[in-house]
Structure formats: C-alpha cells, structure tokens
Design a binder for this molecule. Structure first.
Ligand code: FNR
Length: 335
C-alpha cells in the first residue's frame, strides 16, 4: 500500500503555485540608514517562548521511512542553526507504535527547540500523548477542511471540531497554536478561535503548498477547479491588521526567501514558517549545504531590515508599503 505521507511529499514538490501574494507587496526603502548591520536584532517571542530568529521549519512530515529521513535531516539543520523545528502531525506515530520518525528527532537532538502538531479532528488525549512523547515547546492544532473534503479517505464529519478545540485548550498545559495548512484564516476564524481560548494563530495562507492540489492528485476524479481554494497569506495578514496586538499571528504559506519573510513581519506576524521551500532544500542538498543556505538567510534578513531602517521586528512594523494587483483589490473590500 502506498503511504499517504509519501504522497504528500511527492505532490507538494510537484506543485508550483502560479500566483504568490508576496509579489503584490512592495516595501518602501530608506536611503539614509540609522543602523549598522550588526546592530540588527532578529529575535522574536511567541507562544510563551523566546526565539533567536523569526523564521522556522513548519510542520511537514513524519510517519514513513522517507519522512523519517527528512525529519532527521531538517532537525539537524534546525539544531545547528538554532531554529525552531515543528514536526508534521503526530497522529501517524499514534497509529503505529513501531514508528520512530518523530521521536528520533528528539533523541538525536536533545537541545533542539521542538514543537509538534495534531489535527483538530482528534481528541485532546492525542495531544497529551504527543506532548508526553516529545516534550514540545507548544502544540499546533491544524485545521484542514478542504483537504479532508477532497482527500478520498478524508473525514466526512466535522461538527466535533469546535468542541475538540475547546477541549484541547482546557486540557493541554503548553501553548496551543491554531494552524491552517495553506488555505488561510481571516477575521471570522480568528474571532471563533479567540472565543475558544486560542491566543496564537498560524494563518498559513494560499500561495505555496496547495493541499487541494495534493489530494486531487490522489483522487480518481480530480476536482482541480478547487486547487486555488482559500485566501492568500498576504490577504490574511492585511485582513488581520487590527488583531496583531490582540493575539499572536504567525505567517506561513508560500514563503520563498528572506524578502517574503520580512514582508510577513512588516505586516505584523511575530514569526514566519516555511514548509515547501525547506522541503525542497531537504530533497536537493545535504545537511551542510542547507545549513549554509539557512545561515545566509539570517544575514539576508538583516540586510533587508537595514535597508528598511528597522533595528528589530517591532520597528519593521513601521515600514511603509504599496500593494498591487489582486492583493490590493482584496484589501479594498469590506466584508
Ligand atoms: C504540510 N503541512 C502540514 N501542516 C500541518 O499542520 N500538519 C501536517 O502534518 C502537515 N503536513 C505537511 C506535509 C507536507 C509535505 C507539506 C509540504 C506541508 C502544511 C504546512 O505546515 C504549511 O501550512 C503549508 O504547507 C503552507 O506552507 P508552504 O508549504 O507554502 O511553505
């Protein structure tokens, strides 16, 4: 039998989004700088923890031999580069007691800043089991409705989701992040989440990985007209401008490089998650080369901040920007 996790990796790498909302954002630069490059501070804070860098390896995988190799490789990179590493959904390990594709990451890198992930369709006890196994800094609870609907073997019952989330909040002692998987979250979802006690949201928007595309590739009758379902990462961030002081917003979805990362931070994100971009590095390069690329990203983030006259993540939020195209049209509509 083919492994679903391997399918996800394969089709995620095959998909190239034709539109990325970060291209609709132009940052206004400064010609006379205030800061030297080495004065610039990339550190951030969310989910009750300090992080030295504002970008991290977001949930990707676990639950197969190939997934284990990718986790081992990326966890090593994260450990060497002092980045946060988030595993894919831990439910694969709960289904198979022989699975060590998640636990090995902890075993091989005891000091790694590690977090894990579980689906909102699961009972909170699954979250407790994941926490017991990995001792993570926080737990991401993912929402992936359109993925489930398109997935041939996906869930068909959803009215437990809200209550599951309520119970996660009530019973889990570490911070919980409510996370999308590339379809985006806007104000209505954030308000619902706040009502259920969520303080941190990863709005993971459209523009990179499309789980509609991935599941369509796994179906006999493709519903490919749904491949661009959801809201883009930049549209979500713009929609949530009034919430960046009320809750913690994490950005992910379609982040390709340090310029995209900085755009997320300018738009109020506390940190930026990368999945597809880092997965691509994991399959193309060895650990040493990925470390070099990630180390360069840190310097490149500082270069861009220097050219925007921002000493830290907070100051980045004063950056002026101009919007174009579909993103501008989205931002002008009230709904
Ligand atoms: C994912 N993503 C994901 N998210 C999640 O919450 N739990 C999971 O188990 C997975 N699994 C997974 C597998 C693969 C192969 C990919 C590429 C992605 C979604 C991921 O964390 C992120 O939200 C989206 O991929 C959007 O970001 P990118 O890929 O555009 O950077």
């Amino acid at each position: 039998m083919k492994n679903r996790k391997d399918d996800h990796i394969k089709y995620a790498l095959e998909h190239e989004s034709e539109y990325n909302s970060f291209d609709d954002v132009e940052l206004i630069h400064s010609s006379i700088p205030k800061y030297n490059l080495d004065e610039i501070d990339l550190s951030t804070h969310f989910a009750s923890h300090d992080f030295e860098f504002p970008f991290f390896i977001n949930a990707i995988t676990g639950g197969s031999e190939n997934a284990k190799k990718i986790n081992q490789k990326l966890a090593k990179v994260a450990n060497e580069c002092n980045l946060l590493f988030v595993t894919g959904s831990y439910s694969a390990a709960l289904k198979n007691s022989d699975d060590d594709s998640f636990n090995i990451v902890k075993k091989e890198n005891p000091d790694l800043q590690l977090a894990t992930n579980i689906g909102i369709d699961k009972n909170y006890t699954a979250g407790i089991a994941a926490i017991k196994a990995l001792n993570p800094l926080f737990l991401q609870v993912h929402v992936n409705l359109m993925q489930e609907l398109i997935m041939p073997e996906g869930s068909r019952n959803f009215n437990e989701w809200e209550n599951n989330l309520r119970e996660f909040v009530q019973n889990i002692e570490i911070p919980i992040i409510l996370k999308e998987v590339g379809f985006g979250m806007i104000e209505d979802t954030i308000k619902q989440g706040i009502g259920l006690g969520i303080k941190t949201f990863d709005i993971s928007g459209r523009g990179g990985t499309s789980f509609a595309f991935i599941e369509n590739m796994r179906r006999e009758n493709s519903l490919d007209y749904l491949n661009n379902w959801g809201q883009t990462t930049v549209s979500c961030l713009l929609n949530l401008k009034d919430y960046t002081d009320k809750v913690e917003i994490i950005a992910s979805g379609g982040v390709r490089n340090p310029l995209d990362m900085i755009k997320c931070l300018v738009l109020g994100a506390k940190a930026v998650g990368l999945s597809r971009t880092i997965l691509e590095l994991a399959v193309k390069y060895d650990v040493e080369n990925i470390i070099k690329i990630v180390e360069n990203w840190k310097t490149e983030c500082k270069m861009i901040m220097c050219a925007l006259n921002a000493k830290n993540i907070k100051e980045l939020q004063n950056t002026k920007y101009v919007l174009y195209g579909k993103t501008l049209e989205f931002s002008m509509q009230k709904f």
